[in-house]
Design a protein around this ligand. Structure first.
Ligand code: FES
Length: 250
């Protein structure tokens, strides 16, 4: 049960934390004046005020309505939007996370890469400089830097950063993120086999996320590479096997 105060009235809500606030308001609390429009945070039909701020309730999970300032929740939501391919929302939530806690490691690790998904290279560079200052030598930041240089068309610097990302050194995050971002850099450089190899490594070290790989715009050029097709087929197959074993369906 989650306690939420709406219009000065407390409500006990029995819904998972990731339920969009819109459906909590409409279906659980019965406030059907809150309207559904696009469902993707763009039209504004579902706007409500949270702590005096207008928010789009269709893309605001319940947990955030209850703890709107928690940098960990904001960062986690950013990552969910990222993996759904909703990069503007991901950047918005990651930036809010950093506003509340500039030293939050996870947000510092990912912020520069996220800006690159919007092709905001200058902002990505500023985020990278800040993150380097806080976190120092870090393979995920090396991979982010490689993607930055690849997007600027500087293959030499991109390859140099990729070589640093591949060195055997400790990361404050999970190594598979460095592989994922390195794959994006290789793909932008047109080195498709190396890109697929990085995705294979990421898949085998905790990120077997074939829907993410299918959505990621950096990997569009890999879809006709036989090794990529094979990897995606393998991941879909093991995904289906897990879902069958644990009794879950999409
Ligand atoms: S329904 Fe369109 S922004 Fe929420």
């Amino acid at each position: 049960m989650t306690k939420i105060n709406i219009n000065l009235q407390d409500h006990e809500v029995d819904a998972p934390g990731d339920t969009p606030l819109l459906w909590v308001l409409r279906d659980v609390v019965g406030l059907t004046g809150t309207k559904f429009g696009c469902g993707i945070g763009q039209c504004g039909a579902c706007t409500v005020h949270l702590d005096g701020q207008p928010i789009r309730s269709c893309v605001t999970p319940l947990v955030l309505a209850v703890q709107p300032d928690d940098p960990t929740i904001l960062g986690s939501i950013a990552q969910v939007f990222w993996y759904q391919g909703r990069y503007e929302l991901a950047v918005e939530y990651m930036s809010r996370s950093l506003d509340r806690s500039p030293g939050y490691v996870m947000a510092q690790l990912f912020s520069s890469a996220l800006w690159l998904y919007l092709d905001e290279v200058e902002r990505a560079e500023r985020a990278l400089v800040t993150a380097r200052g806080l976190l120092g030598d870090e393979p995920i930041l090396d991979a982010n830097e490689a993607l930055l240089w690849a997007k600027r068309g500087d293959e030499g610097r991109a390859l140099d950063a990729l070589a640093r990302a591949a060195q055997d050194k400790r990361s404050l995050g999970h190594d598979h993120h460095a592989n994922h971002h390195a794959a994006a850099a290789y793909a932008v450089l047109g080195r498709r086999e190396e890109a697929v190899e990085q995705l294979r490594i990421a898949s085998h070290s905790g990120l077997p996320n074939h829907p993410l790989f299918a959505k990621d715009p950096h990997f569009a050029s890999l879809q006709d590479v036989p090794a990529m097709q094979q990897l995606m087929a393998e991941l879909a197959q093991s995904d289906a096997a897990y879902r069958a074993e644990f009794g879950r369906s999409r």
